[in-house]
Design a protein around this ligand. Structure first.
Ligand code: SF4
Length: 431
């Protein structure tokens, strides 16, 4: 066995886990396969946060069943949030899968492979800083995700994450700094620190440390140019953290701060632990402290019992705050959550669809107006790669910028003069 195919869906945490899995498999001598069909080992990294994501995973599993029937020696693994503690039931449901392991339970895959002597080519593992006991390896890209806190203690009533990823657990600052140093040594210029509630980082560590301490430590690393962090929870965004973001030169001026609803009744039903007014005041504090900060948010439409008036409150909040970008999701009941057990999914699909469309159209207009303010201005971008014959990079404020050039630019920090703006991207020329 020598070729693997890794299919990933879901949040950045899943992407980080998949990067880690790829590094592990390649350190064991596996090579990426060009397609699922040509792989000896197929791993699906699943997401069940929304019904639509779960449906796509189930569809992939159905396709894999046909592949496995045609090629019984193919090994199939399933990880991510679809894998709960009831493995026997999963085995019954998906007999085509050989190995199940929960999010970040990389050791279970390793044990399974060792027990079955799954063939390796020539291992290339080198000792390095470890995450869950595994080395940092992998291809050199200018950006990398670094999980810093796992799990979530919040139990928002609609969310399945705490049931699948467990309670909050922060990694020690020294371990994270070691990993980031190693990434920088290998050419990484920008790291994104990840957590379901990244701003809750550190509260569970023996010495009281927080995200501000971690950012301060990483800001001292030579040759690291940028630090980002995802996703924040309004309840944990402290004044100390906001001041630290404003003070540290490498920490980018972009905060993703999910609001989920603009109505206090819905926020209470979601158990989000803040009011709309508290959220407004937080945004005001962030904007008055961090120069040029860009803000993005997440919203759920069609939560059980949401009335037209409550939806209008969300729409009004989006118009009032003028985020740089908004991600809108339609509510879907997730097995095991409080909302699924106690509330009826009673907002019709047609209303959810039209509310989502209306919010997205409203936000597109706002995003375009914000992006148009950059026309004729120079912005610094970190070039991440090439897409459809154009170089692609991001500003410190997380705006996507394209530019044409014949010279190789991946990994460079460049000044680009903006000439075109859309709600979703900018285009310009290097200066
Ligand atoms: S904060 Fe709420 S929505 Fe976010 S992961 Fe935790 S439970 Fe889910």
């Amino acid at each position: 066995m020598s070729h693997y195919y890794l299919w990933t869906i879901g949040c950045q945490m899943n992407q980080a886990d998949s990067q880690h899995l790829s590094n592990y498999l390649e350190s064991q001598g596996f090579q990426p396969a060009a397609s699922m069909e040509s792989a000896d080992l197929v791993l699906l990294n699943s997401c069940v946060v929304r019904q639509s994501a779960e449906d796509r995973v189930i569809h992939q599993l159905a396709s894999l069943k046909a592949l496995k029937d045609a090629n019984p020696s193919m090994v199939i693994g399933l990880t991510g949030c679809l894998v709960d503690s009831n493995i026997p039931q999963l085995q019954k449901r998906f007999p085509q899968v050989d190995v199940f392991f929960g999010p970040q339970a990389f050791g279970n895959l390793e044990e399974w492979m060792a027990a079955r002597s799954v063939t390796k080519m020539s291992p290339t593992r080198h000792p390095a800083c470890s995450r869950n006991g595994e080395p940092v390896e992998g291809p050199v890209l200018p950006t990398a995700f670094v999980p810093v806190i796992q799990g979530c203690d919040s139990f928002c009533t609609y969310c399945v994450v705490p049931f699948r990823r467990g309670r909050e657990k922060s990694r020690p600052i020294a371990e994270i700094a070691c990993e980031v140093k190693e990434l920088v040594r290998r050419g990484v210029k920008e790291v994104t620190l990840l957590g379901q509630k990244v701003d809750a980082y550190g509260h569970d560590l023996p010495e009281t440390q927080d995200l501000a301490d971690l950012l301060t430590e990483l800001n001292t690393l030579n040759r690291l140019s940028r630090i980002r962090f995802l996703t924040s929870h309004p309840q944990h965004m402290t004044t100390r953290l906001i001041d630290t973001i404003a003070r540290l030169d490498k920490v980018c001026e972009h905060i993703n701060l999910p609001v989920q609803s603009g109505d206090d009744g819905i926020l209470t039903a979601m158990r989000r632990e803040y009011t709309v007014q508290e959220y407004r005041e937080l945004i005001k504090r962030i904007r008055s402290t961090i120069d040029g900060v860009a803000l993005s948010t997440d919203v759920i439409v069609g939560f059980p019992d949401e009335t037209e008036e409550q939806f209008q409150h969300t729409l009004e909040l989006i118009q009032e705050i003028r985020f740089d970008s908004v991600h809108v999701a339609r509510y879907s009941p997730r097995p095991g959550t409080w909302a699924t057990r106690h509330l009826k999914d009673n907002v019709p699909h047609s209303i959810k669809r039209s509310h989502k469309k209306l919010l997205e159209a409203t936000q597109s207009k706002i995003s375009l107006e914000i992006n148009q303010q950059l026309l004729g201005k120079n912005v610094e971008i970190l070039v991440e790669g090439i897409e459809k014959d154009k170089w692609r990079g991001r500003t410190r404020t997380d705006k996507l910028v394209f530019f044409p050039d014949t010279v190789y630019h991946t990994g460079k920090l460049l000044q680009v003069k903006i000439e075109k703006a859309s709600p979703w991207w900018l285009e310009g020329k290097p200066t």
